[in-house]
Design a protein around this ligand. Structure first.
Ligand code: ADP
Ligand code: MG
Length: 279
């Protein structure tokens, strides 16, 4: 009579279970394949395990970056590599490249990008956010208007403290489009509290279409704006991003290309002789 072994006796099953508990998915996925490679190459046991451990580390790092990017809620993924610095001569390129190394995040400093619409402020903010995720920092991206309304909603639902704590805990907070929409007094005060709570505790990037002199129109109160600017600009890197709108430039370049590329009128062929009549 044949006796079937209980599943727990099959080492692969137990191993899969243990590796799952130990959170080593790459070990589980790769150990068989790597074992065959190791046998072929004549690798000893430590080298076999080393190769597996290296694969696990690489995968873990990649998974962490992906998780951070998801958690940041970027509206789009943009990188410094795809930014055309020639299109915006006012922007200090060395400063941007230096910021992309993320030392400002470690130093808990701020970045403020100022300029008219369409000059790439959001693009640069997203690119710096992505760089921070890749370097292992926690990041959150949000527009000023949405942040103000989330704060007000949280306050109404008596979970303001929790939201404030979550916002204070991210290493890099990106507040986009400050100034596009004027804030209510409560919204302005709650936003002020966020910046205040982050002061010297976390790095913040703010983008705005308004020069500092006009921030009072967003926050309503001169006193609040003064106090905010005081904190925000204490340790700050300012990116001057005034220039021609990239969107407009790109669309007029497309139109120009369409005109340049307009096809020649098609040649007409005489059906009898096969002779080309024009073109
Ligand atoms: P802003 O936030 O200043 O209004 P955006 O960052 O939203 O401008 O830019 C508008 C669009 O143009 C985006 O798709 C962005 O990726 C692109 N863009 C802007 N400036 C550049 C640039 N210098 N190089 C490449 N793409 C750019
Ligand atoms: Mg923008």
């Amino acid at each position: 009579m044949t006796k079937t072994a209980p599943t727990s006796d099959v080492p692969q099953v137990l191993l899969a279970h243990h590796l799952r508990k130990l959170k080593l998915p790459t070990f589980q996925r790769e150990y068989d394949k790597v074992a065959r490679e190791a046998a072929k190459e004549g690798l000893d046991h430590p080298r076999y395990l080393l190769r597996l451990a290296e694969l696990e580390l690489i995968d873990r790092e990649r998974r962490m970056v992906e998780r951070r990017i998801r958690a940041a809620r970027f509206p789009a993924v943009k990188s410094i590599d795809t930014f055309d610095f020639m299109a915006l001569p006012t922007l200090n390129k060395p400063m941007v490249l230096e910021l992309a190394r993320c030392e400002f995040v470690v130093a808990r400093e701020n970045v403020i990008a100022l300029g008219n619409s369409g000059t790439g402020k959001t693009h640069i903010a997203l690119a710096l956010g992505l760089a921070a995720c890749q370097r292992g920092f926690s990041v959150a991206f949000i527009t000023a208007a949405s942040l103000a309304s989330q704060l007000m909603e949280a306050r109404d639902e008596r979970r303001l403290l929790r939201l404030q704590q979550a916002l204070a805990a991210v290493q890099l907070l990106i507040v986009d489009e400050l100034g596009y929409v004027p804030l209510s007094q409560t919204g302005a005060e709650l936003l002020f509290d966020v910046f205040s709570q982050r002061y010297e505790r976390g790095a913040t990037i703010v983008t705005s279409n308004l020069p500092f002199e006009d921030w009072t129109s967003v926050f309503g109160s001169e006193r609040l704006t003064g106090a905010l600017l005081d904190r925000l600009t204490h340790h700050v890197h300012i990116l001057e991003m005034n220039g021609e709108s990239y969107r407009l430039k790109a669309s007029s370049a497309r139109k120009r290309r369409r005109i340049d590329a307009a096809p020649e009128p098609a040649a007409t062929v005489d059906p009898d002789t096969g002779e080309i009549l024009n073109g």
